[in-house]
Design a protein around this ligand. Sequence first.
Ligand SMILES: C[S@@+](CC[C@H](N)C(=O)[O-])C[C@H]1O[C@@H](n2cnc3c(N)ncnc32)[C@H](O)[C@@H]1O
Length: 197
Amino acid sequence: MSNEWDEYAPGWDGDEAARAYAEAAHASLSAVLADAGRTVDGARVLDFGCGTGLLTERLAPVCRSIDAVDTSQAMLDVLDAKIEQHGWSHVTTSTQLPTTLESYDLVVCSSVCSFLDDYPGTLAELAKLLVPGGGFVQWDWERDDSDDDPHGLSRPEISAALLAAGLTVASVETAFEVSLGEMTMRPLVGVGFAPAG
Ligand SMILES: C[S@@+](CC[C@H](N)C(=O)[O-])C[C@H]1O[C@@H](n2cnc3c(N)ncnc32)[C@H](O)[C@@H]1O
């Protein structure tokens, strides 16, 4: 079945902004986990809304496993080619969310949550997949309600969704600032942790 994101798949990795965003998100992930005394090394990761795997490919060399999930099969086809090229037997792709509870040390959502029909509901489902003490990290555009066509999420909205999902809110803050030509990307990062067992 086709998906509205399919058309972006062939050109996604050639988009300088998408690559710069992933690079900066990866750096900010290391920083927010370090703040909590954590690391991605050896982690079992769910990359939800993985797209072509721009974040997955940066995590794959150090993580124990990555399940990369996206509703666009065309996006996953691009990632599947990378998995085959690198021989990453510990990285899998699927259009379906796994159902086994408490199986991930880390769930990442890079520029995904603001596109979901039900962000709080999806976050609650994702939180159940975390092991006790596991981390949830999302990056999203910060909504500016004064824009003509506002898009993104607000800081209170992210905090409320993390809390409602049963996570402890570690931080909701500016993730990074990257300028490309006249464009400046300044998304939010939201970080939550599942209660320790
Ligand atoms: C802006 S792209 C980000 C892709 C990738 N995370 C990145 O940073 O390059 C948003 C992605 O979210 C995916 N997506 C949208 N709704 C989704 C859903 N309900 N479940 C899983 N993935 C979804 C889209 O197919 C698309 O690949």
